[in-house]
Design a protein around this ligand. Sequence first.
Ligand code: AP5
Length: 223
Amino acid sequence: MVSERVVRIVFLGPPGAGKGTQARFVVERYGACQVSTGEILRKAAREHTPLGKKAAGYLDRGTLVPDDVMLKLVAERLHGEDCGLGFILDGFPRTIAQAEGLATILRDMGSTLDCVFFFHVPRSVIIERLAGRRTCKRCGTLYHRIFNPPTRETVCDRCGGELDQREDDREETVAARLDVYETQTAPLIDYYHRQGLLREIDGVGSVEEIKARVFQALQESGR
Ligand code: AP5
């Protein structure tokens, strides 16, 4: 961690845009917490918690978990001690109602958003990325079979855990997730643009190239 500046950022973009990959770099540098709502829901589903049981069907279909459930989850998470140095919201908000709820949560905490990074990536690139994604079951590190392969095909370089393909990365679920993104989440681009919070990041290129763009954009927004 090299900075003590607080960051409060939303990462917005289609499935497979690289939000999770880039969020990890920002967290490493700023000490902020990464609030990945998809990750939280998948963990809850694996552990069969009440939240997980509620979310499982939505995750399988690639549709959105109801807004009230998500807002309660995020409000609790943002009050966590580890969010004291800020947060990267990765995968939230995903609807206008969630964005409005987030504004209320932050207002009640005496806080606001710094900015919203929108990762622009065309559909053909997304499909390629999701088809090759592998995730460590133990520590969550992300790999790609072609673009970011692990040394051994099924083993995590970082912790030795087993690598897995996400259930919702199957072709038919990816199509459903992209449709849900277009109809329910993409309107947030205009919503945040009108508030002067949106920064567009070209999400095509290598992981390192995009990382450089993200840090450049952070610098330009005074972080
Ligand atoms: P979630 O887990 O949030 O999925 P998502 O938004 O669809 O995003 P992804 O995790 O698929 O992609 P990403 O942008 O993080 O890309 P990544 O960095 O992994 O949500 C899953 C489900 O949970 C939803 O469908 C819904 O049911 C539910 N949910 C979650 N949040 C919710 C909410 N707020 N409201 C309601 N429901 C909610 O990269 C992808 C791959 O590409 C990786 O293999 C990576 O290694 C590779 N890669 C990354 N960058 C590059 C690059 N530059 N070049 C080459 N490869 C790259």
